[in-house]
Ligand binder design. Structure first.
Ligand code: C2E
Ligand code: MG
Ligand code: MG
Ligand code: MG
Length: 286
């Protein structure tokens, strides 16, 4: 055997990692260092209220500005970050950065908006998530009502009783809670009513085909109607066209988010979409 002739040959006779596994391993190693290397950035996407026509919220969306791979989308690394537990540290950075940014905009004189931050499953499941969130609010000075946590329907349905207690504690901090990607999971109405949530986000897969697929039109309309009867706010995500906008507006969906209004933008660009408070405008004139 090769090993008898050459003691180092052993390494060569182990089954080689597949190209996929190697790539994954490489990305994991880089992901571990990305935070310290300041490679994470947040982009921000506006949420528009149709009543006032103004930006009332902003969703913080994570990007990995990789030195050779370019801007990596969260769809490509969040699952890995989740599996490796790295998401906990990354998620905390997101929360802190988004809260700090929102506070900075307020101090700069922009009309206050909610900042929506996505919470992953393992982040939400952390025993001390309530302390982490309240610590960050304190540290950044952001009033809790200007923070919204987005959890997905699948998180909410995991262990409904436990989740309910945790949501109650988070809600008691004074922040807002929304259910992201709503319609893709299996939440029962009774849980929805039991959870202390503010808002349902209609998943963009329905919004996307709302004017083409009768099924999706029915689903979207039902979610809006259901939210109204449960006295929840509702927002449609992924609104791309004037037709989708019209459809949703006619069904009294009051808030929307999507490329039709704006893509997610770097902090410096999104402020142009925010309104200055009157005091700030006056201060600028004086
Ligand atoms: P999500 O929370 O449902 O975010 C909405 C996604 O839809 C974003 O993708 C956004 O860029 C995209 N989007 C918004 N409007 C439109 C539209 O009109 N058309 C289309 N085609 N897409 C639109 P993105 O930024 O790639 O994020 C993907 C997912 O990654 C997010 O889905 C969220 O689940 C996750 N994610 C992003 N940032 C974070 C984070 O900081 N923490 C965690 N745990 N997850 C995150
Ligand atoms: Mg989201
Ligand atoms: Mg979503
Ligand atoms: Mg989604």
């Amino acid at each position: 055997r090769a090993k008898e002739k050459n003691p180092n040959a052993y390494e060569w006779s182990t089954p080689s990692m597949s190209a996929d596994a190697l790539e994954r391993h490489a990305i994991e190693q880089e992901l571990r260092k990305a935070g310290a290397r300041n490679e994470f950035v947040l982009h921000y996407q506006p949420q528009v209220n149709l009543g006032s026509g103004e930006v009332v919220g902003i969703e913080a969306l994570l990007r990995w500005d990789h030195p050779t791979r370019g801007m990596v989308s969260p769809a490509e690394f969040i699952p890995l970050a989740e599996e490796t537990g790295l998401i906990v540290g990354i998620g905390e950075w997101v929360l802190r950065t988004a809260c700090r940014q929102n506070k900075e905009w307020q101090l700069a004189g922009y009309q206050p908006v909610r900042m929506a931050v996505n919470l992953s499953v393992s982040q939400f499941m952390q025993d001390n998530i309530v302390e982490i969130v309240s610590g960050i609010l304190e540290e950044t000075g952001l009033e809790p009502r200007y923070l919204e946590l987005e959890i997905t329907e699948s998180v909410a349905m995991r262990n409904a009783d436990k989740v309910s207690v945790k949501l109650e504690k988070l809600k008691n901090l004074g922040l807002q809670i929304s259910i992201d990607d709503f319609g893709t999971g299996y939440s029962s109405l009774s849980y929805l009513q039991q959870f202390p949530i503010n808002r349902l986000k209609i998943d963009r897969s329905f919004v996307n085909k709302v004017t083409q697929s009768e099924d999706d039109a029915v689903i979207a309309s039902s979610i809006i109607a259901m939210a109204q009867s449960l006295k929840l706010e509702v927002i449609a995500e992924g609104v791309e066209t004037a037709e989708q906008f019209d459809f949703l507006r006619r069904r009294a969906c009051t808030e929307m988010q999507g490329y039709f209004f704006s893509r997610p933008l770097p902090a410096g660009e999104i402020v142009e979409l925010l309104r200055c408070t009157e005091e700030a405008e006056q201060a600028a004139i004086v």
